[in-house]
Design a protein around this ligand. Structure first.
Ligand SMILES: [Zn+2]
Length: 369
């Protein structure tokens, strides 16, 4: 039980624009954190310390030595323990006033609804698409905002989805990419600081949603390049034809139960693209990497529009033309393809695995980097 006047919150009380009223709102809040890894660790630690009344954690993993550089919820002596057992001990030490509930399960489409129910805000700290879509669909159905965060090497994304006035995750990415299309931290590596920063962004967005301070990232995608310190916010629109949050989808759902949806992918493999190009199909290969990457290696005939400039350049593109979007490994292009579909492009495909897959599977003369 949070004691709002406890001295541990004294520095927040004196903070103008936050004060005791903000503290009371935090104390009354119930936050669900899905995933207790690189993003969930900082989010849980700081939300507990800030005085969120109830924290629920969902994770089924065991602490591994390779987790410790980024998952500071755990220490060396926790290796081998279920994450949530170690997390509960640590969070109770950080702030014994917080009511911590743990669910040792993986979030999926069949349990998402019951796990989300009863929470004010959800933090998506997952590392896989089925869980992320499950969170999204349950949050839309339950009118619960969720804070999205993801990391790919030194690049990060943060947004707030499923708010009444903003889009949901499926408005941006209607379908999940094929399994393996997006490299994991295990495959690609990650510097521990990077998910630390993103998890704290998510914690801050949650505090903003709960207390009403500031402007949360509803309808906006924050893109961070933590190596160059470039950051930008892209405006996101709600899709009228979104299969989950559009008015039609909502009214249909009222007469049916939440169902597990099958995720067909709008992706193309590098070998299929090579075949289509060889056949002379009318399509434009749109490369959304940076100029230096394009200079290092690119597909003949491809058009370069770096992701950071796509929103500005969008009106130079034909919305009825066929585009295949590529990047280095398939993550930025997936984001670009989702964004384009949400902005009226009818025929956009994401190239799985990016130019790296092209170099290894189609044309080994294209340099890898
Ligand atoms: Zn939507």
């Amino acid at each position: 039980m949070i004691q709002v006047d406890d001295p541990r919150y004294a520095r927040q009380h004196v903070l103008r624009g936050f004060g005791r009223a903000g503290q009371e709102r935090l104390a009354a809040a119930r936050v669900l954190i899905v995933g207790a890894g690189g993003l969930g660790s900082p989010a849980a630690l700081y939300l507990a310390a800030a005085g969120v009344g109830a924290l629920t954690l969902v994770d089924a993993d065991v602490v591994d030595l390779t987790n410790l550089h980024r998952q500071l919820l755990y220490g060396t002596r926790d290796v081998g323990r279920p994450k949530l057992d170690a997390a509960r001990d640590r969070l109770q030490d950080v702030n014994p006033q917080v009511d911590v509930t743990t669910h040792h399960v993986r979030m999926n489409a069949s349990n998402a609804f019951s796990l989300v129910q009863g929470h004010d805000v959800v933090i998506d700290a997952t590392d896989n698409f089925p869980a992320r879509y499950a969170i999204n669909d349950a949050c839309v159905a339950l009118d619960t905002e969720f804070v999205y965060g993801s990391v790919a090497r030194f690049q990060a994304q943060v947004s707030v989805f499923a708010a009444a006035t903003g889009p949901c995750y499926r408005c941006l990415f209607p379908e999940a990419p094929a399994l393996g299309a997006v490299p994991t931290c295990a495959e690609e590596g990650v510097l521990g600081v990077v998910p630390g920063i993103v998890g704290l962004h998510q914690a801050l967005e949650a505090i903003k949603l709960i207390t009403g301070i500031g402007t949360p990232l509803i309808g906006q995608l924050l893109l961070l390049d933590l190596l160059s310190n470039d950051s930008q916010r892209i405006a996101l629109a709600k899709r009228d034809d979104c299969s989950v949050c559009s008015l039609v989808a909502r009214s249909e759902r009222q007469t049916s139960t939440l169902t597990t949806r099958t995720m067909t992918s709008p992706d193309i493999t590098v070998t299929d693209l090579a075949a289509r190009m060889a056949r002379g199909d009318a399509l434009t290969v749109l490369d959304v990497r940076e100029q230096w990457e394009y200079d290092t290696a690119h597909l003949a005939g491809s058009v370069l529009i770096p992701l950071s400039t796509l929103a500005d350049a969008v009106n130079t593109l034909n919305r009825d033309a066929a585009y295949v979007v590529l990047c280095h490994h398939g993550m930025r292009s997936e984001m670009a393809a989702g964004w384009m579909r949400a902005h009226g492009f009818s025929n956009v495909t994401n190239m799985i695995g990016g130019i790296d897959a092209w170099s290894t599977s189609v044309d080994t003369t294209v340099p890898r980097y």
